[in-house]
Design a protein around this ligand. Structure first.
Ligand code: SF4
Length: 334
């Protein structure tokens, strides 16, 4: 079947997707080889996109069941310091980075969004060719408009799961419909949009993952992702098993085949569950790595946004995995 898949002679029907998702060992290696071929045809420079991640706040109005954020004592919350954010972006720029991801919990207050707009303006002024990606959750339409006007280039808003019932259980303060409306709005506001799912969520079936893949194939966002579920300490899902690394890698490879031109990150959650997992993500067709340099860690004394136990890749790890995958760093950061 994979031979036909690579020659384009077989369509990716739900039945085919199911078989491919379950492939392991030699069949899985063939799948990864097809995904790499697709990636290397679309990105012939073999350059990986490196994104410097800066966390600017862990306050959040959502209480997602899979996120440790809700377990953080209020006194440990931290918030945006606009001067420090701009300094962090300039520091990343001086390191040679040209893509920054500014992320926080979902805080739809103007007291948060307006200083963020000013910071984006300063970053675009001081670092003109820096791509600014925001990951700030489902903000209000006028706030998204303000952030676009301030110069934000891209926005990541994951749909997490295309199963609306599962979505409601895991994100009880939100709905899938509302989320999808926001993602559509981002596209209409001319953001370069990123979205994706989580693989291995408790209650998620293989059919749900196939629906996720078909949804992504239909949407064709310029940035797509799949991360693997990691049970967060202290959360309602703490005792649930982690998602499967193998299944997540197969989802990533299929994302590459279904959305050939997309930037696809190799998530740090893979490395957290399996040392070497991020390198395997690159071998499965990913072409993006998120990095958190110590100097850019604004919340050093506080708990990280998602999970205190997660792996956070640094420059050394980045260089190692990119080189082992036979890929290249952008010239400025090599
Ligand atoms: S996953 Fe994001 S939106 Fe959900 S609680 Fe955590 S920080 Fe908030």
């Amino acid at each position: 079947m994979l031979r036909f898949l690579s020659s384009g002679k077989i369509g990716l029907t739900p039945e085919v997707l199911k078989k491919v998702l379950l492939s392991r060992e030699a069949e899985q290696e063939k799948l990864f080889a097809i995904a790499r071929k697709v990636r290397d045809e679309q990105f012939p420079s073999l350059e990986v996109e490196i994104r410097s991640v800066v966390e600017i706040g862990n306050c959040c109005r959502q209480r997602c069941q899979f996120c440790e954020n809700g377990t953080i004592p209020y006194r440990s919350n931290f918030r945006l310091d606009t001067t420090k954010l701009t300094e962090a972006a300039v520091h990343a720029y001086q390191l040679g980075r040209r893509v920054i991801v500014i992320q926080s919990g979902e805080t739809a207050s103007q007291a948060f969004v307006e200083p963020l707009c000013r910071s984006v303006e300063s970053i675009k002024l001081l670092c003109p060719d820096m791509q600014v990606i925001l990951s700030q959750g489902s903000l209000k339409p006028h706030q998204l408009h303000q952030l676009k006007k301030a110069g934000t280039d891209r926005y990541i808003l994951k749909f997490e799961t295309s199963n609306s019932e599962l979505y409601r259980k895991l994100k009880p303060r939100d709905s899938l419909l509302r989320r999808l409306e926001r993602i559509s709005l981002l596209t209409s506001l001319s953001f370069v949009v990123g979205s994706g799912n989580i693989v291995g969520l408790p209650g998620q079936s293989l059919d749900d993952i196939i629906d996720d893949l078909l949804f992504v194939a239909h949407s064709q966002w310029p940035m797509v992702s799949a991360s693997v579920f990691v049970p967060g300490r202290g959360t309602a899902l703490a005792e649930e098993p982690a998602g499967s690394v193998e299944l997540t890698l197969n989802v990533m490879a299929l994302l590459r085949i279904l959305v050939p031109k997309a930037y696809i990150p190799t998530p740090s959650s893979l490395e957290h569950l399996q040392p070497g997992g991020q390198l395997r993500g690159l071998m499965a067709g990913a072409n993006t790595v998120n990095v958190q340099d110590d100097a850019l860690r604004m919340n050093r004394e506080n708990r990280p946004l998602d999970s205190s136990g997660r792996f956070t890749p640094d420059q050394k790890h980045l260089v190692e995995i990119v080189s082992a995958a036979g890929l290249l760093l952008p010239e400025l950061v090599s």
